[in-house]
Design a protein around this ligand. Structure first.
Ligand code: NAD
Ligand code: MG
Length: 396
């Protein structure tokens, strides 16, 4: 067994920490070459102390200076770099085999692209990369000879439930549709007239998963599932009509593949991200993830169709995918702005879909020809969502 060399982008986040937890269980298999983090410098320094990477990357010069001081006091030999170019650099190092792409939001796109162009195995947690720039990213993966393994639990489940050598054509592989499961989040049964007053703390209290704040709010609105529909489209070459969202509140089945012969293959497990992470790290072997065995007794598994009146963000995402062009990037950017405003206490829960709808109504037409087109559309969508929310605040 040869040692695999790893870069973890977003090491200090929920996915990053879970990745390091799995890696630490297999010191004979994995070597950490580089880690990145944003603000949590003490946490990043502690990770450097434990895993001794060659490089640690932060966002700006001031954070780099501070991290260097902390590491020096620890006697760590890790070299500190900063900025987007450094993130791209650690994603493409010749000595690196695998890159965990676990930065949150649009900021994860450029380093993920660098890993694709450099032909790495990409463990893709950053779904925003596919939502924003699915076409360009998939082209880069193919051109660079990269290998893409989804970390998002649903897509990892689908990956596990498809034929091992999936040909890229669902119908040709005998697949009728993908059944993408969703927990329904914390507001699945909240009376609709109470949704106007829900708080960020309530939205972040996910019933089954512990996650970063942004994705927790996305789970409450089901925009997370909407982004995942778009993600599934790019990963598995699935049309919107080949993707059925299924609410499954227990989060035991992580998604399913429905075959033409009537077979439905599902992947089950405890809701713990270390399972998909370990699958992707070890693929095609199975390795210990530190996750306890699933106890099937004493629990029922239930399923419901999604209700668009409760979850308008899911409908907006399906519509954006069907329209294509810049709309998925606009949807993603406007959502990031609206969720940030909601988390900061500057916008109410129900203004999130309203702001996205406004930005979508002003989206540019046509296909994105380049990354610059997408960045432009992204910035415009954020500005549109912000100005919509500003107007709403002035009215309130
Ligand atoms: P998180 O907020 O816990 O962590 C985000 C990481 O990104 C941190 O290391 C942070 O330092 C870094 N970061 C933030 N902004 C940055 C910027 N501008 N530039 C560089 N680095 C930056 O998020 P998370 O829950 O770990 O999610 C990470 C990604 O994985 C997201 O795209 C999310 O959608 C996806 N994902 C997460 C889960 C989950 O269970 N947490 C499940 C599926 C997919
Ligand atoms: Mg998911």
């Amino acid at each position: 067994m040869s040692v695999r060399h790893l870069t973890i982008l977003g090491a200090t986040g929920t996915i990053g920490v879970n990745t390091l937890d799995v890696v630490a269980r297999h010191p004979d298999r994995f070597n950490v070459v580089a880690l990145s983090g944003n603000h949590q410098l003490d946490k990043l320094a502690e990770q450097c102390r434990v895993h001794s990477p060659r490089y640690a990357v932060v966002l700006d010069a001031a954070s780099a200076a501070r991290l260097r001081e902390i590491l020096k006091a620890m006697g760590s030999a890790t070299e500190v770099l900063w900025g987007i170019a450094a993130l791209e650099q650690i994603a493409a190092l010749p000595e690196v085999d695998m890159v965990m792409a676990a930065i949150v939001g649009a900021a994860g796109l450029r380093p993920a692209l660098a890993a694709a162009k450099a032909g790495k195995r990409i463990l893709l947690a950053n779904k925003e990369t596919l939502v924003m720039a699915g076409s360009l990213f998939m082209q880069a993966v193919a051109a660079g000879g990269a290998e893409l393994i989804p970390i998002d639990s649903e897509h990892n489940a689908i990956f596990q439930s498809l034929p091992r050598h999936f040909c890229g054509d669902l119908a040709a592989c005998g697949v009728r549709r993908i059944l993408l499961t969703a927990s329904g989040g914390p507001f699945r049964t909240t009376p609709l007239n109470e949704l106007a007053h829900v708080t960020p703390a309530q939205a972040c209290a996910h019933p089954n998963w512990v996650m970063g704040k942004k994705i927790s709010v996305d789970s409450a609105t089901m925009m997370n599932k909407g982004l995942e529909v778009i993600e599934a489209h790019w990963l598995f070459n699935a049309t919107p009509s080949q993707i059925q969202v299924v609410i499954h509140p227990q989060s035991v089945i992580h998604s399913m593949v429905d075959y033409l012969d009537g077979s439905v293959i599902a992947q089950l497990g405890n809701p713990d991200m270390r399972t998909p992470i370990a699958y992707a790290l070890g693929f095609p072997e199975r390795i210990d993830a530190g996750v306890s065995a699933l106890d099937l007794f004493g629990r029922g598994l239930t399923f419901e169709p999604p209700d668009y009146a409760r979850f308008p963000c899911l409908k907006l995402a399906f519509d954006a995918l069907a329209s294509g062009g810049m709309l998925p990037a606009v949807l993603n950017a406007a959502n990031e702005s609206a969720v940030a405003a909601f988390l900061a206490g500057h916008a109410s829960y129900l203004t999130i879909p309203a702001a996205i709808e406004y930005a979508l109504s002003r989206a540019p037409g046509g296909e994105p020809g380049s990354m610059d087109d997408l960045v432009q559309a992204d910035l415009q969508a954020r500005a549109d969502a912000d100005s919509f929310l500003e107007t709403q605040r002035a009215r309130a």
